[in-house]
Design a binder for this molecule. Structure first.
Ligand code: MN
Length: 315
């Protein structure tokens, strides 16, 4: 993923009280990824910049197409984060400046650790099912890990938890005593929840973490509230479990993690700690330094938007 019109995002939020048992439902926004691909962006939102170390959540599709390339995101750079690509349907081909290549398919994870610098392209492969539906999430790297060497991993063997009335496919982190093999650098969870008709799904949560749900399809009821698509449902911290009810089949994504505890700034495809770091990364990309080239991609790479430092309240 690459953000076309990036505002400078800071995760500073004025202190506020989150009712322990309340759910804060924030409307998602839409974003244009270029090439006719519009996505729903559930993170970052003005009201909620982070959930644990999760700092970005795009939901694309469901799309059906014939001969066009549904996704075609030309080479672009990243720093300071991991990208998590998780599909419900279809295929996305990843190629990066390390020479790594991998096709994400439903139930298979593409995990790219940008560390100090990487560039990649994401596109619908020539042989495809004509379908596209999925997520891309970003995980902010903690300060001690964000200058590490970049890497890419493709995981096919991921745990499935069966908490009753459906199943949870754990793509990263820990849930219900299970652990994904995908390497992350903060205590987090990311899982696809599939609820069957009349499901009553109980999941234990880490009460020291904060969590959120995004409903992908159908409706889910929790604590007497109907949760629908189109919002980030922030559950807050201090929950040691959830019970989700669904009359009809539904699909949701659960994200959570230990409160990140570091201030980040997010601009374009960069997660950093200062405007200067972003300026340097942007210039390095424009001057063909540091990020390498994606040899496997046929076409031009993305140009960086112009960067101007605007004052951010309380940063
Ligand atoms: Mn990207």
């Amino acid at each position: 993923m690459s953000d076309l019109k990036p505002p400078l995002e800071s995760n500073y939020i004025p202190p506020r009280s989150v009712p322990q048992m309340g759910i804060m439902s924030y409307p998602v926004r839409s974003a244009d990824l270029g090439g006719g691909l519009t996505v729903v962006r559930a993170l970052p939102l003005r009201q909620q910049r982070l959930v644990g170390a999760w700092c970005f959540l795009d939901h694309f599709g469901p799309l059906s197409f014939d001969d066009r390339k549904a996704m075609d995101i030309a080479p672009h750079p990243h720093i300071g984060l991991q990208t998590v690509s998780w599909l419900f349907d279809g295929e996305v081909l990843h190629n990066d400046s390390l020479g790594c290549s991998g096709v994400a398919r439903p139930g298979e994870l593409n995990l790219m650790t940008a560390g100090m610098a990487i560039s990649h392209a994401e596109e619908t492969p020539p042989r495809n099912s004509g379908k596209l539906h999925g997520l891309q999430l970003w995980v902010a790297l903690p300060d001690a890990e964000r200058w590490r060497q970049p890497s890419f991993d493709h995981h096919t063997d991921l745990p499935v938890v069966e908490p009753g009335g459906g199943h949870a496919h754990l793509f990263v982190g820990e849930l219900a005593g299970q652990r994904s093999k995908a390497r992350t650098f903060s205590p987090i969870v990311g899982a696809e929840l599939n609820l069957g008709a009349n499901a009553q799904m109980r999941l234990p949560l880490n009460a020291g973490w904060e969590h959120a749900l995004v409903i992908i399809e159908g409706e889910v009821s929790f604590d007497g509230q109907q949760l629908a698509p189109g919002a980030l449902h922030y559950l807050g911290p201090l929950r040691n479990g959830i019970e989700l009810l669904a009359k009809h089949p539904a699909r949701a994504v659960l994200i959570g993690g230990a409160p990140f505890g570091e201030s980040i700034i997010l601009w374009w495809n960069f997660v950093a700690r200062s405007a200067e770091e972003i300026q340097v990364a942007r210039d390095d990309w424009e001057q063909h330094r540091r990020f390498g080239e994606v040899q496997a991609y046929k076409g031009e790479r993305l140009k960086s938007p112009s960067f101007s430092v605007r004052p951010i309240a309380s940063l």
